[in-house]
Design a protein around this ligand. Structure first.
Ligand code: PGA
Length: 255
């Protein structure tokens, strides 16, 4: 039985003041949710204030990126120990926007996953195909090589701590969600890859989130799929009411 995890990826949105207001509402309205893990991922500058507000609550904090070295001459970067120090528990790694605009590769994703795990952060590792790849029937090939290269060399114990987010790039911010069947097909494929690479226990333990235009109206049917263990939510995580509804509706059909 995998515990579902719903994470809000705020991307480059919300000042610290706005972030504090939003998260105060989430804390009020989601305080009694026990069935799922809840995570919010603001920009770096809001992390510390949010961690203070959420201390001892059922909502955890995630960062949207990190660098793999702990410290040194790496201007502009933020490392795992710095995130850990202020109470961050999760970190999104390899989001398609980072792959697309900031040169993230499977190899840098791999280094970042290792750094996160070394310092006790839970990596949310993003994979997903672009529209052209889906239309030319390359989805499984792309997912396979992203998983293989991003997760290269990790041991079974490390793998059990990871979350994978399957986010078809054509569904991100477009309002065009993958159908539950399309998402399930890829989630199942990922679980088979996990089985082949790391065995039954990892395949059954590792949580796989779906991401891409998740909203209150479609979360329940996505969560009803056997291999979907939660969601990475962009746009709908920016409004308290919508995110609260996503979380509550995700609990409706706990498997
Ligand atoms: P979206 O973003 O929910 O706005 O489509 C999802 C994501 O990028 O993680």
């Amino acid at each position: 039985m995998r515990r579902p995890v719903i994470a809000g990826n705020w991307k480059l949105n919300n000042t610290t003041k706005q972030a504090a207001e939003l998260v105060t509402l989430l804390k009020r309205d989601l305080g009694d949710v026990t069935e799922v893990d809840i995570v919010v991922c603001p920009v770096f500058t809001a992390l510390s204030v949010m961690a203070d507000i959420l201390m001892e609550s059922n909502i955890a904090i995630g960062a949207q990126n990190l660098y793999w070295e702990d410290s040194g001459a790496f201007t502009g970067e933020v490392s795992a120990p710095l995130l850990k120090e202020i109470g961050v528990q999760y970190v999104i790694i390899g989001h398609s926007e980072r792959r697309q605009y900031f040169g993230e590769t499977n190899q840098t994703v791999n280094k970042k996953i290792r750094a996160a795990l070394t310092h006790g952060l839970i990596p949310i590792v993003c994979v997903g195909e672009v529209l052209e790849e889906r239309e030319s029937n390359k989805t499984f090939d792309v997912i396979q090589s992203q998983c293989k290269d991003s997760l290269a060399g990790l041991g079974a114990e490390e793998m059990k701590k990871i979350i994978i987010a399957y986010e078809p790039v054509w569904a991100i911010g477009t309002g065009r969600t993958a159908t539950p069947a399309q998402a399930q097909e890829v989630h199942h494929f990922i679980r088979e890859l996990l089985f082949k690479g790391w065995g039954e226990e990892v395949a059954q333990t590792l949580r796989i989130q779906y991401g891409g235009s998740v909203k209150p109206e479609n979360i329940a049917e996505l969560m009803a799929q056997p291999d979907i263990d939660g969601a990475l939510v962009g746009g709908a995580s920016l409004k308290a009411e919508a995110f609260v509804q996503v979380v509550k509706n995700s609990c409706a059909l706990i498997k």
